[in-house]
Design a protein around this ligand. Structure first.
Ligand SMILES: [Zn+2]
Length: 399
């Protein structure tokens, strides 16, 4: 079925889509598919740079597209812009309603509260419209303070909460400070994305206790689509193989149980992705799941990024982004990133050896400006940090 959908889609794509015409040949069987090149985000970013503003991965004339969204640009790149047609937007919503919400038991009687900013990122909008498609009552929590969201979801009797795991915990903490207990709210289900927290047992336990609810994990990417969700078995993520082709490949591009997740979408032909490297590090399992789903499972959800990544208050950071800014202030001084878990959230402190003209205040301000999140900084004596022989260990876990 996957192969047939791919072949039908590619027939259309290869007529007019320059990006894929330059890269692909027609696919007859799985051998052909497996010999197609892998595509990375860097190529997409470069293409949009050369062919602004939307790049050359367009199968149709621009009038055919009805929505534009973009990535957060959190890997330090330019944000990627992505267009959807009416058909591909419907595809998104169908996956939300028939897979993500269905697996979490969301029904037309639910009131779904979205504790998100509703910026240009596709996740909020597709989840919101997907809830409408279910027939549930969709409630935007955009442009609200945390307190307003807490009061709103209580006053409106919301039964389902969508947020990042970190933000769910932050709301629960803040509610307690206000003398409110979200465990007594009507919330019975929470669905989380953006961070792997809802697949991390201790984090999930904390959210479930705070809301007296059952928590589910969801995975997706702006450029690829809504890819998966956790199930009743609660030990990983099922990938939605009826709408995508997924592969797990090792560093040399060979099929492996553990490696990088590579995805091909089968319902977004206006701006498709074929063998796209997600950058997510996963461990896959074909063992039968007691929930009855036949789909490939990612044991423990997404384990992390292929290259290292930090998540601070829902913002994804790469050590290389921090380094870039630290180096501007402290030159070649040694530095490291201390990571500690406080109330299930990543708390990150940048530790820098003293350098001429180094101002902690200015470094903190610059990091906040560039990364969109506040990182604490501390200056130590020159020579105080450990030296590595070959490769610096940039992230240090602090208990
Ligand atoms: Zn399952």
């Amino acid at each position: 079925m996957q192969l047939e959908r791919l072949r039908n889609g590619l027939r259309e794509v290869l007529k007019s889509n320059q990006f894929w015409r330059d890269r692909l040949v027609d696919v007859q069987g799985w051998d052909d598919f497996e010999s197609l090149p892998l595509t990375g985000k860097d190529e997409l970013v470069a293409d949009q740079g050369v062919n602004p503003p939307f790049g050359s991965n367009l199968t149709y004339e621009l009038d055919r597209y009805v929505r534009m969204h973009q990535t957060s640009g959190s890997s330090g790149d330019q944000p990627l812009r992505w267009l959807d047609t009416k058909e591909s937007w419907d595809w998104w919503l169908r996956i939300w309603s028939d897979h993500v919400y269905r697996s979490a038991g969301v029904t037309p009687t639910d009131r779904v509260f979205f504790a998100f900013s509703f910026g240009p990122f596709i996740g909020f909008w597709s989840a919101f419209a997907g809830a409408e498609r279910v027939g549930a009552l969709a409630i935007s929590g955009g442009a609200m303070t945390t307190e307003q969201r807490i009061r709103s979801l209580r006053d409106l009797g919301a039964t389902v909460l969508l947020s990042t795991p970190t933000y769910a915990l932050r709301m629960a903490l803040h509610a307690r400070e206000l003398g409110l207990d979200l465990a007594t709210s009507e919330i019975r289900v929470t669905i989380h994305a953006g961070e792997p927290g809802a697949s991390i047992p201790s984090t999930r336990d904390a959210i479930e206790a705070a809301y007296s609810a059952t928590s589910f994990d969801h995975t997706g990417m702006t450029e690829l689509g809504p890819t998966g969700h956790s199930c009743a078995q609660r030990d990983g993520i099922h990938l939605i193989e009826s709408e995508f082709i997924f592969e797990v490949l090792d560093e040399r591009g060979r099929p492996a149980e553990e490696g990088e997740l590579v995805g091909t979408n089968l319902g977004r032909w206006g701006m498709p992705l074929i063998r796209y490297r997600t950058g997510d590090r996963v461990v896959s399992s074909r063992e039968t799941c007691s929930c009855g789903s036949p789909y490939l499972k990612l044991a423990g959800g997404i384990r992390g990024r292929v290259d290292d990544m930090l998540t601070v208050r829902g913002v994804n950071l790469y050590p290389s982004q921090v380094e870039e800014i630290v180096r501007r202030h402290a030159g070649s001084s040694e530095f490291l990133i201390e990571r500690r878990s406080v109330e299930q959230m990543d708390d990150v402190t940048v530790v820098v050896e003293e350098a001429p003209g180094l101002s902690v205040e200015r470094l903190e301000a610059d990091l906040r400006q560039a990364l969109g999140v506040r990182l604490g900084c501390r200056v130590v004596q020159a020579g105080a940090l450990p030296r590595a022989d070959l490769k610096a260990k940039r992230i240090v876990e602090v208990p």
